[in-house]
Design a binder for this molecule. Structure first.
Ligand SMILES: Cc1cc2nc3c(=O)[nH]c(=O)nc-3n(C[C@H](O)[C@H](O)[C@H](O)COP(=O)(O)OP(=O)(O)OC[C@H]3O[C@@H](n4cnc5c(N)ncnc54)[C@H](O)[C@@H]3O)c2cc1C
Ligand code: FES
Ligand code: FES
Length: 486
């Protein structure tokens, strides 16, 4: 270590508050291709964890629930985030962000249940960071996209040292947190079959608050011919060790004329089929009861949506394709010089694998607008824009942000320090409440106004569902944002 490095590190440790650290140390690998990623996972078998959006993995490491010796970041491998039509259906790359899927016209029109599952997902920031592949590989029975994927009969494509294999999503799920990934394998794509003519679908989630995991969820895909149900698939989240189907309930519907009464009977059969538990979010009894209503409501909605076309509708590219930075790695304890362009100014900084973007912004660049609140993705106080998308700096590895553009609340000001009109509106409408949460709220609502120039109250509240206020509430914030509407 050079004197300069030592002084720098020493000073850094001195300034650092320990509350928002990622204490665990690991070797960080950023492969540039799928083949390199497979080789790395194979070489470090049992010691490596793949990193996609990090909204699960970084939290597990922070909370010391996982301590992988090495982290293989596949977030910049080009091609894994593509969404394309294939074999008449839709192929979704594992790195596709939940938010991009939510907004994709093809998903909204042909796979409504999946689009609804993505809209019901966590917060806007978590949707912008989290990937479809991460949601499936997380193996949680509460993973929101999974009931929709199971109900549509989706397959996963897995690539490993022995080549590619495919599995139905249903068979990929083994138990809570357990999926059928073999050593050296990663999930590359999710493949959805083309919906048959007359298909309608719906997803409904019940949770304690908007940005929370499900107490229970249901996805229904129904195929309609006249007044009859030709086919039906039902899948449920958070009511068993994995996402579950209810074959007896599906059998009740097949070939029968549809009615709300029949949907309720199917709900009763589904309620018998699930095996929920008591936990912090709900009781087994409540979950079993609510499955009846969720099944009924999802079926009635799916039935009403079923049409004869089976069309994949308008086709548009989903999300921004990722750009490779070229392969590199940083061993634990070592540093790598990264380039960050923050609020238009380019910085070169040496960072260790486990340094978080939030620490770098606050303690190295002295940009203290982004705040540390919870440190685990729940409060939104640390929100910045990373390559123009909302991101939680408390869950972003600085090394993974190499080459990115970052905007913090300080960057909303004009060149002479003049406030953004939205900042002025926050002051005028007394939306500048505790002050601590305000930068995160501004970053989210400025982004909303850029995307939807005249947002409704529901748009504002949905955008802010991951920005927690416990002092005053959201009424004046909504007023301030709407006063800026074009
Ligand atoms: C505040 C908060 C709210 C949340 N709300 C919801 C919610 O409402 N609904 C919901 O379903 N989830 C929710 N989550 C969980 C999480 O955001 C999702 O599971 C997300 O989709 C994970 O994707 P990721 O890319 O961030 O995964 P990562 O954290 O990068 O990875 C998750 C796991 O999957 C593995 N993995 C990732 N990609 C692959 C791949 N391609 N191949 C093989 N293995 C892979 C990783 O090694 C890791 O074990 C929430 C999380 C937070 C912090
Ligand atoms: S500090 Fe990042 S979400 Fe709370
Ligand atoms: S705005 Fe910070 S707690 Fe309400």
């Amino acid at each position: 270590m050079t004197d300069h490095q030592f002084t720098h590190q020493h000073q850094h440790q001195h300034e650092m508050t320990n509350s928002h650290l990622l204490a665990h140390e690991f070797d960080y690998y950023a492969p540039a291709s799928l083949a390199e990623a497979v080789a790395l996972l194979n070489e470090h078998d049992g010691r490596a964890r793949l990193l996609a959006g990090g909204t699960n993995l970084v939290i597990w490491m922070k909370m010391e629930q996982l301590a992988p010796a090495c982290v293989v970041d596949v977030g910049r491998i080009p091609g894994l985030d593509a969404v394309r039509p294939s074999d008449g259906g839709l192929t979704i790359g594992a790195l596709t962000k939940i938010r991009a899927l939510r907004n994709a016209p093809v998903v909204q029109s042909a796979y409504s249940a999946l689009s609804e599952a993505c809209a019901a997902f966590g917060s806007t920031q978590i949707q912008s960071m989290g990937t479809l592949g991460g949601n499936v590989c997380n193996g949680s029975p509460a993973s929101d996209t999974v009931p929709a994927l199971v109900a549509f009969g989706a397959q996963v494509a897995l690539v490993g040292p022995a080549g590619e294999r495919t599995l139905p999503v249903e068979k990929f799920l083994l138990g809570p947190g357990r999926v059928a990934l073999e050593s050296g394998e990663l999930l590359t794509e999710v493949r959805l079959p083309r919906p048959q003519p007359g298909t309608g679908s719906a997803f409904i989630k019940l949770s304690r608050v908007a940005a929370d995991l499900a107490k229970a969820s249901a996805a229904a895909v129904i195929v309609r011919e006249g007044d009859r149900v030709v086919d039906c698939r039902l899948a449920f989240g958070s009511v068993g060790p994995t996402v579950m189907r209810a074959p007896a309930a599906e059998a009740l519907l097949r070939g029968q004329p549809f009615s709300p009464e029949l949907a309720l009977k199917a709900g009763e059969a589904a309620s018998e089929a699930v095996s929920p538990i008591d936990d912090v979010r709900s009781t087994a009894w409540y979950r079993r009861e609510v499955v009846k209503a969720l099944t009924h409501d999802a079926l009635v909605t799916a039935w009403a949506r079923a049409d004869e076309s089976g069309s994949l509708g308008a086709w548009e590219t989903v999300g921004e394709p990722v750009e490779s930075r070229g392969a590199f790695h940083v061993l634990r304890g070592e540093q790598r010089e990264i380039t960050l362009t923050v609020n238009g100014v380019t910085h070169r900084l040496a960072v260790r694998p486990n340094e978080l973007l939030l620490n770098v912004l606050r303690e190295r660049l002295h940009l203290t607008g982004a705040k540390y609140g919870c440190g685990i993705g729940e409060c939104g106080a640390c929100t910045v824009w990373l390559d123009d998308q909302p991101a939680l700096a408390c869950l972003t590895l600085a090394v993974a942000a190499d080459g990115s553009q970052v905007t913090t609340v300080e960057g909303l000001q004009g060149p002479n320090g003049e406030l953004d009109p939205l900042q002025e509106a926050f002051i005028e409408h007394a939306a500048f409440q505790c002050g601590y949460c305000t930068p995160g709220m501004l970053m989210m609502t400025r982004k909303l106004l850029d995307e939807i120039p005249s947002p409704t109250e529901d748009d504002v509240r949905d955008q802010l569902k991951g920005n927690r206020c416990r002092c005053t509430g959201y009424a004046s914030i909504v007023r301030a944002v709407q006063s800026c509407a074009k």
